[in-house]
Every structure is written in C-alpha cells, then in structure tokens.
Design a binder for this molecule. Structure first.
Ligand code: SF4
Length: 357
C-alpha cells in the first residue's frame, strides 16, 4: 500500500516538473500581447537560471549551429527579406546596427565651389551633393586621414559645371551632370572599366535661372554611417519578431466573422467546419503589425485569442540605397561583425595577460 502511494507521488512530481519546464520554455520563447501592453518581454539568458527545474539554458555554440536557420523570402539587388530563426535579440540588433553604421561606402565629402550665382546657398548645395549616393567599390580606396590632402589613393573627383543660357526659361541641374575626372593616369587606367558614378542620374540638385551658373569640384572618400548618414548603405535595415497567433478555444459563428472583419491586415479567415459551422483560422500571421485591434475591439483576450511574438524568430529586412546590392550588404555586415568580435577577443586576452603578469 505504502509503495503504491510513493510511486504515485513520484509520477505526480515528475508530471509537475515537466509542466513547469514547458511553461518556462514557452516564457523563454514567447512574449504575449495583451490590452495592457506586452508581457513577458525579457529572456533569462544567464546560465543556471532554471537549474532547479533541470532546464539548462546556458548558451551552447553546438546547439546554436544546429538550430540556427536563415530562410530567404525576398531577394533582389534593392531589397532582401529573410527570417532568422534560433538567434538572440542582441545579436540580431548588432547586425542591424553594423549595417546602418559600419559598412563603408563612398560619398562626396568635400566640395570646392568656384562659382555659384544660383539661389541655393553654397552650404545647402554642398549638403545636397553629399547626399547623392555614389556607386563605387569602397575597397578600392584607402581611408583618408582627416588632415591629409585628397589623393588618387583615397579619393575620386567629380566636376560639375552648369550654366543656364540667356533666353532659356530655366535649367535643372541633376546628379547625372556630375562628371568623373581622374586624379592621375594610374587612376584613369584603374577605373576606366567601371568609373564611379551617381547611383541615380535623376536626382535634382538645383535649378538655374537664365544667366545663373554653378561650378564646383566634389571630392569623394570612403566613410561609414557612424560618421555621417550619407555613408550609410541602407535606406532601412530593420527586424520584427515573428507574430505567433493561436486560439486557446475555437472562435465560431458570428464571432469568427467579427474577428476576420476587425483585423486591418487580413490575418484571419473563416472556414466552414462540419458540425461546427463557421470557425476562425489564422491565414497570414506574418502580416500582423501588432496593432492590437483584435484584442481591443473584438475583444480577443476574453474570447480565447492568443497574440504573441516569438523571441527567437526575426523577420529581417534590408533595403539598399544602391551603392552595394542588398544581399552583399548583409555579407559585408557579417564580415565587419566578425572583425569586431576578433578585436574584442584580442582585447580581453591582452588584458587577461596583463592582469596575470
Ligand atoms: S494585432 Fe492587428 S494586425 Fe495583428 S492580428 Fe490583431 S488586428 Fe490583425
């Protein structure tokens, strides 16, 4: 009699532990959206946090390599969208930041204005020129020291000369009017196959009235977005957590129709089920913008709708300005990130070495 009771207790304890582990795992991987706001947003990522439950949450490179996945959804030179699965938010955010601020490009950084009789001020005109995206491989240039002169090793030169003739109503000056001018014979030979040029020739720079004239030299150099946004290679680089939408109980009949109607992003649909009639189903969870309309007006929370986000599944989007194709941008960001990790590792080793001396 005693033995039987003990086995039952052991089984009960085991079932309780399994349920606790399931709850913890769900809390680790999902945040929940409620009418009061998001809940369960943090992740307990210090190892040993759940040791009492027999759950090992320490970071493991082998498990990461096994579980990490990239699933490409859109792939063009201008735009890439992909899912990153099995990765922590700080890492994804690091890639985003490297993309925006640390992948180098080439942009106009010094403008010498010889003549400007137009209505646009020299400073404003120079600023507009700086924002013209230039298509040119940044690795072909060395980084210029702040105080140093521009040379054929670290810069390329565009000249611009436009004058509106008397008798003409007006003259529009576009980015296509920037003419690349070699800084040396060596540079002419080196770049003659793929000379630098604006990404788009139709960027309006100024408008001249009859008799007005602009003449300037524009020196371009390599830089990064951290120094000035004109060097940032991306229009946008952002991610969002993948929505997780499910029903904790069936939503049927008029409720199903109401739920479908209340979502502006067409996330839900209604299907006919024998014996049950109309039942709500999730059709396009990816479309969800987390507006929470379904929680507030439907109201979903009371009717068994679970709205959440996966904390380790990211929808990542990169839009290139045009200097570097979007798929290549991500590769360059990864290389940059690896270099940064290497530098950090060397610094730590160096300090550790110094501390043990
Ligand atoms: S949060 Fe907004 S977009 Fe998402 S399912 Fe609800 S209503 Fe639709």
């Amino acid at each position: 009699m005693m033995k039987r009771k003990s086995r039952t207790d052991a089984g009960y304890a085991e079932a309780e532990a399994t349920e606790s582990r399931r709850i913890v795992q769900e809390q680790q991987s999902l945040l929940r959206l409620t009418t009061e706001g998001p809940s369960n947003i943090d992740s307990k990522d210090f190892c040993g946090a759940f040791a009492a439950l027999g759950l090992d949450n320490s970071w493991d490179s082998k498990a990461f390599k096994k579980d990490f996945k990239i699933d490409i959804k859109t792939l063009t030179d201008e735009h890439v969208v992909f899912d990153m699965i099995g990765i922590d938010p700080p890492l994804v955010n690091a890639f985003r930041r490297v993309l925006i601020a640390e992948v180098p490009t080439v942009a106009i950084s010094r403008v010498t204005i010889h003549q400007n009789t137009s209505v646009i001020h020299d400073e404003n005109f120079a600023h507009r020129l700086g924002l013209v995206p230039i298509k040119f491989e940044p690795d072909l240039l060395e980084s210029r020291h702040e105080e140093a002169d521009f040379t054929d090793q670290d810069s390329v030169l565009f000249k611009l000369h436009a004058k509106c003739p008397q008798g003409q109503k007006q003259l529009s000056v576009y980015s296509r009017d920037l003419r690349w001018t070699e800084l040396s014979v060596h540079q002419r030979e080196q770049l003659k196959e793929a000379p630098p040029a604006p990404v788009d020739g139709d960027i309006l720079l100024a408008q001249l009235a009859p008799g007005q004239e602009i003449e300037c030299d524009c020196y371009c150099e390599k830089g990064i977005g951290k120094d000035h946004a004109k060097w940032s290679p991306v229009c946008t680089a952002f991610y969002k957590l993948h929505p997780v939408i499910r029903f904790e109980k069936d939503i049927v009949g008029k409720d199903a129709e109401d739920l479908k109607r209340c979502c502006p992003m067409e996330v839900f649909d209604v299907e006919d089920v024998p014996q049950l009639g109309k039942r709500a189903v999730v059709r396009n969870a990816r479309n969800c913008t987390t507006c929470r309309e379904c929680l507030e007006t439907f109201p979903g929370q009371e009717k068994g709708l679970f709205l959440g986000k996966a904390k380790n599944h990211f929808i990542f989007s990169i839009e290139s300005v045009g200097q570097i194709p979007a798929p290549e941008l991500f590769e360059r960001a990864l290389i940059k990130f690896k270099e940064k990790c290497q530098t950090a590792k060397e610094n730590v080793s160096h300090r550790r070495g110094a501390a043990t001396k």
